[in-house]
Design a protein around this ligand. Sequence first.
Ligand SMILES: Nc1ncnc2c1ncn2[C@@H]1O[C@H](COP(=O)(O)OP(=O)(O)OP(=O)(O)O)[C@@H](O)[C@H]1O
Length: 665
Amino acid sequence: MANLHPVPAPLLREARLRLLSGDDLSLGRVDERVARSWRRSLAAGLAPSHNSRHAEHLSGGELRQALACNRDLINHSQPVMEYLFEQVRHSHSMVVLADRHGTLMHTLGDADFLGKAERVALQAGANWHEAQRGTNAIGTALAESCGIEIHGPEHYLERNDFLTCAASPIASATGELLGILDISGDQRSHHPHTLGLVNTAARMIENRLFTTSCQQQTRLHLHPQAHGIGTLAEGIVALSEDGWIMGANRQALKLLGLQREDIGATPLARVLDTRFEALLLRAHQQPQQPLCLHRRDGSPIHAQLYNPPGRSPARPLTLRAHPAPHEGRSAPSTPSEVQDALQQLDTGDHAWRAAADKARRVAGKPIPVLLLGESGVGKELFARALHDSSPRRHRPFVAINCAALPEQLIEAELFGYSAGAFTGARKEGRPGRLREADGGTLFLDEIGDMPLALQTRLLRVLQERQVSPLGGGEAVAVDFALVCATHQPLREAAEAGRFRADLYYRLNGLSLQLPPLRARSDFAALTDKLLLELSGEPRLHLAPELQARLAAYDWPGNLRQYASVLRTAIAMLDPDEHCIDWPHLGDDLRELLQRAAAPWAGGSDSAATTPPAAAVGTPPSGEQKLADISRAAIQQAIQQHQGNLSAAARQLGISRQTLYRRMGA
Ligand SMILES: Nc1ncnc2c1ncn2[C@@H]1O[C@H](COP(=O)(O)OP(=O)(O)OP(=O)(O)O)[C@@H](O)[C@H]1O
């Protein structure tokens, strides 16, 4: 019964009859799902007084065939059904399994009730689809795709009024409906917990089917609490080799905020704050322990990774732009393919991700993007990924560094020239890079360094959407997406008259600030990604103390500098070495790091565990005591997270920058 306050049986019977005579209004008090089902039953040509004599019932041969088709479902359901039957024995009830068409496959019941049930064809081979037998828990759970209880005269056919039935759908790992589990009984023995019991049993069957059907895939078992993993309440996802969610049970969908349609079209990194390669690596490093991850909203979730037998836990991966089409399911839709290039650069920093999320919204729209950020933060990589994420990705990406070209050449390089336009020009002229970018994306790096005269010409091109080559010649229409980048404060330059204000506003459809490396909160994940990309060796990692020092360094050259440091360190490793430590660094950087870390003398194990100023001697002032407690808590958190400062900061509820400041305090 779906209503909290059940409608009395006589009223239900009356409403059912009125529906037949075209009175829809009397359904007002009937549960919405039941009312919908009654209307469907009516539309199928059934009347409440119908005896369902003509309802489908499989012959012996047909039933054998149906049983063979549903072998996995039946095999996994049988033990659960037996357990369930133990719970309801002697309550004039039976446990029923139906396939996805509503045909009963298997029943277990009290002998005294089975006789009654047979009279209404609650037996293997009978079809209980709504179109055959009107509203009933099995048929209505199929139609509504949810667990439901149908009690007494909520059944559409009067002859089923003596029943009370609770049914729950069983779905596959990819979310397809496989069948229905049901408990049917005499309505006088109705129990309020029956639907809960059936729902729980259906989840047990789903999880058993999940682990069997996905045994060749990497699985991630999830729960908000570490101890919830392995229980019925856990979420399970199956992952492709490049980290796309190819299967998910109901709980996982709920925990990750996904819909059934997202299965096969969502990379794990879109819902969890980690890249797949980094996850494999961490799981390899602590195989027996659940990992603490974070969801997109920052809330923590515990996860245990299981690799299929025989697969190396963290083998190198060949990243594909999108997952292989999933069996029985169409290839992922274009939007997920399109988003992938930015996704692959996303290692979890919130500011970076916020910029990528905004950029995705303008990809493919005629809105120029202006990327701001210090040198080496990855502006060009971001621009390329944005292009690869847009509908223009099959057309050219043309990058021009305005600071690297001599002033006289930029003009020719950008706008092209006609034959004999100037001394040294090619005989046949040149179309210019703007025209090369036609249909694709033009990336103007260091736009702040563009000479004023050229700014005027560029502005004209952007306004008129056509290019006139140097030395005359016909103007040619161009169509490109424009992405510009600068490390200069361009607005100030425009205000000071060093940059044309009108061009600035034209370029600045959407400005995005990319964070410097020292402000990023994903240092550990970024390191894992860089190490994997630079070496192809998933076991490579940094010594925890070194990682903490590197994370605390302020990296004036940003990612370019850090990538170069790691590249050199990898080259210093012996063939069987996998841990990068102090000896693998250049002398200058080692000195810089040690000098920068000098105020934080917490490097040794004992210092890391002992509150430094629980000092002996003079009692500390209140302020001093607080500082000591704070420092001890920080050191303890860093140690707990094996040097991962981002994780330590998250645990303490402070930003990574605040953590650095406090470390130095
Ligand atoms: N997300 C990233 N993943 C891996 N490497 C990166 C990433 N971002 C940047 N890098 C590294 O940093 C280098 C510099 O990146 P990029 O040229 O995109 O930076 P930029 O901000 O455009 O620099 P500039 O302002 O000096 O032109 C890249 O060649 C690469 O080695």
